[in-house]
Design a protein around this ligand. Structure first.
Ligand code: 2P0
Length: 365
């Protein structure tokens, strides 16, 4: 077990200036082997692997200064897209509470947080991975600025991933380029339940810039919160089988990732997405998170693949939107397919193009 608690990280030991800012741009990610079911403090029931996205990201800037009151509470003001959003305070305060022994200095400063998303508000896209990873990276930068204790890049990212996990499980996979594994798995040396690891070097290069275009089938809010979704696994009749299935799928996916075996990759990606939805359908209460157009898109993708022999596949998150997965060298053919057959299935004909990318970026202000 890693122990990042550090009572020495308090302001009277700080070596740097007490005012400053820390800013990061951090991406969302899309899981290919899904995390669904957790235990303890944000620990996964099975290992998962995801592509780190590029265009879907959150930018967060924390301006901090000496605390202006004697209150023991965290002094926070939060702005989302330049508007004060006190409604977001409880979620951020809960996150800070969870990391209070890791970053005790957060309680000794005034914090003004500005955040914005690159993707539209009402796109039905979960923002917890990008927003929580951006916050975690900012907290680590503040530690480095105030105490100089995180100079090493690998140690910095490992801690950021650990901390991001405490904000939202999937967020711990957002801090590495191309792809990340979270959760202990026998086939992956260094994998751990407490933080994600980067696995870019284990991917064939066809996957380095793999496309993930998001078909916005519905832009409404998620019907099932991830908290509820994970909790439903505690009583799902198929849970134990599911965790075994995920483990096997990971073992089968890793060689496909290494060799660039697109067919095997696609088969596993689709099976994982449909299993995730099957689990929600068989939970009590039960949820059907696909919409009629999700199913129509899946059928069209499979038909197009059969007819053209092109390696285009899909995955889904816990919602109706379809993620279209394909290698970048067939972009032209897929662009025509999207225009002719998929756009009309999307709300406002909306498709957000994205791809695996370089991971978070520090913003120097
Ligand atoms: C994943 N999802 O692996 C899976 C697949 C959605 C479907 O992780 O409660 O927001 O914050 O740890 O990470 C969504 O759940 O859940 C999720 P919490 P999270 O990406």
């Amino acid at each position: 077990m890693l122990d990042y608690t550090n009572a020495a990280l308090v302001i009277d030991r700080a070596s740097g200036p007490l005012s400053g800012n820390a800013a990061w741009k951090s991406p969302s990610n899309i899981a290919i082997i899904k995390y669904w079911g957790k235990h303890g403090l944000q620990l996964p029931k099975n290992a998962s692997i995801s592509f780190t996205l590029t265009n879907a990201h959150t930018k967060t800037n924390i301006q901090y200064g000496p605390k202006s009151t004697k209150s023991k509470e965290v002094q926070l003001s939060f702005f989302f897209e330049e508007k004060a959003k006190p409604a977001f305070h409880p979620k951020i305060l809960q996150f800070i509470e969870r990391v209070k022994d890791i970053f005790p200095f957060l309680y000794e400063l005034d914090l003004e947080i500005h955040s914005s998303n690159s993707f539209p508000h009402s796109a039905g896209i979960a923002s917890s991975a990008s927003s929580m990873s951006a916050l975690a990276l900012c907290f680590c930068s503040m530690e480095q600025q105030l105490f100089g204790t995180l100079p090493d890049r690998d140690a910095f990212l490992k801690k950021a991933s650990y901390v991001a996990r405490l904000g939202s499980g999937s967020a711990c996979r957002s801090v590495f380029p191309s792809a990340s594994v979270w959760g202990q798995h026998t086939d992956i040396p260094g994998s751990d339940d407490e933080y994600g690891i980067g696995v870019e070097e284990q991917l064939h290069k066809v996957f380095h810039s793999f496309r993930d275009d998001i078909l916005i089938i519905s832009q409404s809010e998620k019907e099932v919160s991830s908290t509820l979704g994970h909790a439903l696994m505690d009583s799902n009749l198929f849970a134990e089988q599911r965790f075994l299935q995920a483990e096997k799928n990971m073992s089968a996916l890793l060689p496909a990732f290494k060799e660039g075996d697109l067919e095997r990759f696609g088969e596993i990606a689709e099976a994982e997405a449909l299993s995730l939805h099957a689990l929600m359908m068989t939970s009590t209460p039960s949820f059907i998170l696909m919409a009629p157009n999700s199913l129509e898109a899946i059928n069209r993708i499979r038909r197009f693949r059969r007819e053209t022999q092109l390696p285009v596949y899909f995955t889904l998150d816990a919602g109706p939107n379809i993620h279209l997965l394909y290698p970048s060298d067939i972009e032209k053919q897929i662009s025509i397919f999207k225009k002719e057959q998929l756009e009309e299935l999307c709300e406002g004909n909306r498709i957000l193009d994205d791809q695996a990318g370089p991971g978070p970026e520090k913003i120097n202000l």
